[in-house]
Design a protein. Structure first.
Length: 260
């Protein structure tokens, strides 16, 4: 990062934020490969560890973190992922807070693909008084598919089916650019392609106000909208989102014709 004198990247599969043990056990891991890529990218330090190392005096006899040590993730954890994954955001906020404490960064960079997580981290940093949190656009494949470690678990046919997520976001974004602002109408446009795909099990397709997060679906016209999706393709749960009318919507739009 040009704004920083040194760059530290954390590589840590955090057990605190997994609500399913099978998901934790099957999560893709390649520390050596990640470290090699980071070295090639100019990273100065790769930071990793274990729960006993991060919380030496806060684990119980079973090796689990004492409930009193968990951080409150705040109001942005309500609804959507907060409803679908019990305890996920508390576990995430707890480890991010400890990473900030240990590393003491001046700036922290998080991807926008987990929109709620980025909001929670920003609020956490504000409560701490540091660091400055920069939210980076979602990194996508050439066909518009959002990059994720979980993508490695998709089979060939499932990878093809999963393109419906970015296709649905593109459709919603197109309606927004054409002037549609009603939250329910946009939700229906967003969900329609996902509900029609037999290989996809929809968890949610939702709209939120970008500047005013709410647990419930907004009613009426949106001032600044964000579309959010969670769905299972085969055994893999995927999430994606799009700030309507700006950001990486242009990247999806460029490949929209190939996706439809």
């Amino acid at each position: 990062m040009a704004a920083c004198d040194a760059t530290v990247v954390s590589v840590f599969v955090n057990p605190l934020q997994f609500d399913e043990s099978s998901d934790l056990e099957g999560y893709p891991r390649d520390f050596e490969g990640d470290a090699q890529l980071l070295e090639e990218a100019g990273c100065d330090v790769v930071f990793t560890g274990t729960l006993p190392e991060f919380f030496p005096d806060e684990l119980n006899e079973e090796g689990a973190l004492n409930p009193g040590s968990l951080k409150d993730p705040g109001p942005s954890a309500l609804g959507l992922e907060g409803d679908s994954r019990a305890g996920h955001f508390a576990g995430m906020a707890t480890i991010v807070d400890r990473l900030f404490e240990v590393v003491s960064p001046t700036h922290a960079y998080f991807g926008r693909k987990d929109y709620q997580q980025a909001l929670i981290v920003q609020e956490l940093a504000q409560r701490r008084g540091e660091p400055i949190v920069e939210v980076c656009p979602t990194s996508r494949e050439k066909d518009g598919f959002a990059r994720s470690s979980r993508n490695e678990s998709l089979r060939e046919g499932e990878r093809r089916d999963a393109l419906v997520l970015s296709r649905a976001l593109a459709a919603c974004d197109g309606a927004w650019r054409d002037g549609e602002r009603d939250a329910e109408t946009l939700r229906q446009i967003l969900s329609a392609p996902l509900e029609e795909m037999s290989g996809v099990r929809l968890d949610y397709a939702a709209l939120r106000e970008r500047e005013a997060w709410s647990a419930e679906h907004p009613v009426g016209d949106l001032a600044a909208g964000v579309a959010l999706i969670a769905a299972r393709v085969g055994a893999v749960r995927l999430i994606d989102n799009l700030i309507l009318g700006e950001g990486d919507s242009c990247e999806i739009a460029r490949v929209k014709g190939a996706l439809l």
